[in-house]
Design a protein around this ligand. Structure first.
Ligand SMILES: Nc1ccn([C@@H]2O[C@H](COP(=O)(O)OP(=O)(O)OP(=O)(O)O)[C@@H](O)[C@H]2O)c(=O)n1
Ligand SMILES: C[C@](O)(CO)[C@H](O)COP(=O)(O)O
Length: 234
């Protein structure tokens, strides 16, 4: 069984709109529907769980039905942090330890189906129990001290900007998230709980720069441009 958890329960504060950024339409289609559809059309995915704000549950259920989406098993309420929303999503599933779960941001509508398939193959082959999509960083990254001065320059050839989906065997990600809560460990992605609390290696699958996270108003313009580019290539 392979399930995708799509987290869309954030407050969209950096987008500065009065609706969730996942409900904003890009070329006439809401971001959340674009995101769900990538998983809907993949035969490797059995079901999709949506985690969202209480006020958006009915709106998303209606959109899912209007777009004739079949794989969404439930739309549930998230928490006050992304980590909490993921934990609630994982806890809702009735999965076995060896089942595969992919965790994806509702705000990343341009994820490529082929990269999702690569994550699933990596997990199914048994080569890894945890894998995520990432892209090489383009800028030179500096580490700074608390006073804002540069401390050092990490070797850029080893740096990746991590994206979603991040995929796991259910047992290890559920356990790691439970432990993180007990230890009050706060993280901004799901690989981080595996890195911090297990000895499991996490494979990075090289993705692409289209898989942006819609975060600030400029990303709407960028998103429309990505759609135009994809349409011109097909
Ligand atoms: N409590 C939260 C916070 C975030 N997310 C989701 O996690 C993804 C990545 O988060 P981010 O882009 O930071 O979204 P927001 O938290 O909504 O953004 P902001 O920080 O601007 O408020 C998004 O799909 C978002 O909906 C979530 O499900 N629950
Ligand atoms: C999980 C994530 O998308 C990886 O890049 C990201 O960390 C989540 O976004 P946030 O802005 O850090 O909440």
């Amino acid at each position: 069984m392979t399930t995708a958890i799509i987290v869309a329960a954030g407050s969209s504060s950096r987008m500065k709109t009065n609706i969730s950024k996942q409900l904003i339409e890009l070329d006439g289609i809401p971001v959340i529907i674009r995101t769900i559809n990538v998983f809907e059309f993949l035969s490797e995915i059995d079901s999709v769980l949506i985690v969202t704000r209480k006020c958006d549950i009915e709106i998303i259920k209606k959109l899912v039905s209007e777009h004739n989406i079949k794989k969404v098993s439930a739309v549930i309420e998230g928490g006050s942090t992304r980590q909490e929303s993921v934990f609630l999503g994982l806890s809702h599933l009735n999965s076995g330890n060896d089942d595969i779960v992919l965790i994806h941001d509702g705000a990343r509508p341009f994820v490529s189906a082929s990269h999702i398939k690569e994550i699933i193959s990596e997990l199914r082959s048994g080569s890894s129990k945890a894998a995520a999509i990432g892209v090489p960083v383009k800028d030179t990254i500096k580490q700074t001290n608390e006073r804002g001065y540069i401390k050092n320059t990490p070797d850029r050839s080893k740096l990746v900007s991590i994206q979603t989906p991040q995929g796991f065997r259910y047992g290890i990600i559920m356990e790691a998230h439970k432990k993180a809560r007990e230890l009050n460990l706060s993280v901004t992605d799901d690989c981080a709980v595996i890195e911090a609390l297990t000895s499991e290696p996490v494979k990075v699958i090289t993705g692409d720069y289209n898989n942006i996270k819609i975060t600030t108003p400029e990303d709407i313009i960028l998103g429309e441009a990505i759609i135009a580019k994809i349409q011109n290539n097909t």
